[in-house]
Design a protein around this ligand. Structure first.
Ligand SMILES: C[S@@+](CC[C@H](N)C(=O)[O-])C[C@H]1O[C@@H](n2cnc3c(N)ncnc32)[C@H](O)[C@@H]1O
Length: 255
């Protein structure tokens, strides 16, 4: 495995299980964590939660069939326990005062904020990602938003070298035909989020998927390490970074 320590610079995607990989990394290496873990959600009951990720998250579009991804079938208790374990290990690998920011949906939001605090992080708030488009349902509110839970590894000084950032981001998901991951996040939103980390910090994405966070980090001039368990997506992320030419999608608007 590539050596990840305080001297690391550039970008790397590591193919492996986050918890095992983090155990090999020294204390206090990362300047921040920006991630999008498997939600193990997308369904109201246990049977539905154990469907494949394409059954849960993709409308059947035969032109762009994307492989399923890992870790999305846990029940809520197991998911919360597992979240607490990797968040504990990730905090050890993160500098004091460093921020963390994690995507989640409405069902798992309370479990994520529990896990964050059980792992010793300070919970600082919830950001909103307005996805603009969502399935209309008669007699129901639209599930139009996902959320980003954020916090810090202990005290976070107010004079950190980070800008004022919005609390609401408005940007549709990447078009289905252009996506390389079933739950790919918009690059422009990721480029805003990574700015919460002070310049010079190494950013960790422990669930890299198709490498959107790591690409955003690269475009914003930081260093980053992404970890991904699925061989298909680890490979896709590596290829995406190699091919990155500095182009981006539409800028996210702060709502
Ligand atoms: C929600 S997706 C991330 C998508 C990513 N934000 C993007 O834009 O492409 C979560 C990813 O975490 C990976 N994963 C699940 N369990 C993992 C584990 N234990 N270690 C590392 N990666 C894992 C899944 O294979 C999946 O690709």
């Amino acid at each position: 495995m590539i050596q990840i320590d305080h001297n690391f610079s550039g970008t790397a995607i590591i193919h492996g299980d986050t918890l095992s990989v983090l155990k090999e990394i020294p204390d206090g290496v990362f300047g921040g964590i920006i991630t999008d873990p498997p939600y193990a959600s997308g369904a109201a009951d246990q049977n539905a939660r154990q469907m494949t990720t394409s059954q849960k998250y993709s409308s059947a579009k035969p032109k762009n069939v994307l492989p399923d991804f890992e870790g999305d079938a846990k029940d809520q208790r197991s998911w919360t326990r597992w979240m607490t374990e990797w968040l504990t290990e990730a905090r050890r690998c993160t500098r004091s005062g460093a921020p963390i920011c994690m995507f989640i949906d409405w069902r798992q939001l309370p479990n994520m904020t529990d896990a964050l605090q059980w792992a010793g992080w300070i919970w600082r708030g919830v950001l909103v990602w307005d996805k603009v488009n969502s399935r209309p349902q008669r007699g129901r509110f639209r599930q139009q938003a996902e959320f980003m839970v954020w916090g810090s590894n202990g005290h976070m000084p107010s004079d950190r070298a980070a800008p004022v950032l919005p609390g609401v981001f408005r940007q549709p998901m990447p078009a289905f035909t252009k996506r390389i991951h079933q739950t790919e996040k918009p690059l422009s939103v990721m480029r805003e989020l990574v700015k919460i980390v002070e310049p010079g910090g190494i950013i960790l994405d422990p669930f890299a998927g198709a490498g959107t966070t790591v690409l955003a980090v690269k475009q914003e001039g930081y260093s980053a390490v992404g970890i991904e368990l699925s061989p298909h997506y680890a490979e896709a992320a590596m290829r995406r970074l190699e091919q990155a030419d500095g182009t981006t999608d539409e800028p996210a608007s702060a709502a």
